[in-house]
Design a protein around this ligand. Structure first.
Ligand SMILES: O=C(O)C(=O)C[C@]1(C(=O)O)C=C[C@@H](O)C=C1
Length: 406
């Protein structure tokens, strides 16, 4: 079967002989994109000979699709006679409009040279209208935003070259850390290449014509519900968790829920056709969420503007080790902006054998630290060299320009 590679999606190539599937532009292109799927049905590991564009995936929204020339070579045997004619007929049927011909993948498709991010595809968790999407647009005003259902899907989308970057929330000034993303940072091998600080002004949304007094339930992301605790207490509504704030607005709108409201952005109200029943309903006026921008490659640390570095490490057992670890920064006048500890999942308990007093168990932690210095700064290099003396494990998660709220 051959179907047309429409604009806005990735082609899936199938080998007629082995039924191997490959997603991407060409043999080379797909490898470059890092997601060749080889599903051999009969165990035949022979190099595929005849490739057809089977269908287009829902994996991506913009075309990164091959031109005819980019198809993997067909052997002389198979390109002869009837097969060749059939292919020519198919080509006529499917490529009448030259604009529909897929464009070759170029370096510009993968990296942006422009500051507005017009060539960048950025994954975020949630649906259009989520704050994470706003954060992506703050970082790359003309980027193409790609919604993902889970944080992990956004990590994977970058790893699989489906997108260039991911923008994910890491902490909020009221609600605190988003632990899931700390854990995922360690599990995945992406690099932090930037941060976005976003002022989050929550609105209470409802179907057109509803009044906030009529609401019995309010739906939103747990972080957003926590950030609006006082307003929601006053309203006396039941709080219902959703995957993201805009998703809550979508549920209220698409189900025509008259007795339910959503805590979400004013942009979500616009997108899903809801009324804004109250504005700035967060407990703290300065409600800031900090997002991280993740990419496959690190950026070259600079010292032309303020930079931050994020690291994660473990410490060996001993008195004052955390104090010593933090001192490596204090000694060099390096300011720490964040410290977070997470349990070491594979080794949550440490058993200390002391025959006089029995066995004591302590929790073992991973420490995440952000500090205000670039890795181009010798102070930061020396601090990390010093830290290695106490750390069992140390990884630099990224070095990136600090963001500011204007
Ligand atoms: O639900 C959204 O809109 C999100 O982008 C997620 C999120 C979060 O996880 O903290 C982002 C910003 C706000 O703090 C509330 C929710």
């Amino acid at each position: 079967m051959v179907s047309m590679a429409s604009k806005g999606a990735l082609p899936i190539w199938v080998c007629a002989k082995t039924a191997q599937l490959q997603v991407g532009c060409s043999d080379l292109g797909a490898r470059t994109c890092g997601f060749a799927l080889n599903l051999s049905v009969n165990g035949d590991s022979e190099r595929p000979r005849k490739w057809e564009c089977l269908s287009v995936g829902v994996l991506a929204q913009r075309a990164i699709t091959p031109v005819e020339d980019e198809k993997p070579q067909t052997s002389g045997l198979e390109s002869s006679g009837a097969i060749e004619r059939t292919q020519q007929e198919e080509a006529k049927v499917f490529h009448k409009d030259l604009n529909l011909l897929p464009k070759p993948l170029s370096a510009l498709d993968l990296y942006s040279n422009s500051n507005d991010g017009s060539k960048v595809r950025v994954a975020y968790q949630g649906v259009p209208g989520a704050y994470s999407e706003a954060a992506a647009l703050k970082a790359y005003p003309k980027c193409e935003t790609v919604p993902c259902d889970e944080f992990e899907a956004a990590f994977k989308a970058v790893e699989l070259w489906l997108v260039d970057k991911a923008v994910l929330p890491i902490e909020n000034s009221v609600g605190g850390s988003i632990h899931r993303n700390y854990d995922l940072l360690l599990r995945h091998r992406l690099h932090i290449v930037g941060e976005v600080q976003l002022q989050v002004n929550h609105c209470l949304l409802g179907l057109p014509g509803t009044r906030k007094e009529d609401l019995k339930r309010v739906l939103s992301h747990p972080q957003a519900l926590a950030q609006c605790e006082m307003t929601l207490m006053e309203l006396g509504v039941v709080r219902v968790s959703t995957e993201d704030t805009a998703g809550a607005a979508q549920i209220v709108a698409s189900n025509g829920l008259r007795e339910a409201g959503a805590v979400a952005s004013s942009r979500a109200a616009e997108i899903y056709g809801l009324d804004i029943l109250a504005e700035k309903i967060q407990d703290d006026d300065d409600n800031i969420t900090r997002f991280l921008i993740l990419a496959r490659e690190p950026i070259i640390p600079g010292n032309d503007r303020p930079f931050k570095t994020s690291i994660v490490f473990t410490l060996e057992e001993g008195p004052g080790v955390l104090f010593k670890a933090l001192a490596v920064f204090a000694l060099r006048d390096i300011n720490l902006t964040k410290i977070e500890s997470r349990p070491q999942r594979k080794r949550p308990l440490r058993v200390v054998d002391d025959s006089n007093k029995g066995s004591a168990k302590y929790f073992d932690y991973l420490f995440y630290i952000d500090f205000e210095a670039s890795m181009a700064d010798p102070r930061a290099q020396h601090a990390l060299g010093h830290l290695q003396e106490f750390a069992g494990f140390l990884r630099v998660l990224g070095c990136y320009p600090s963001d500011i709220i204007p």
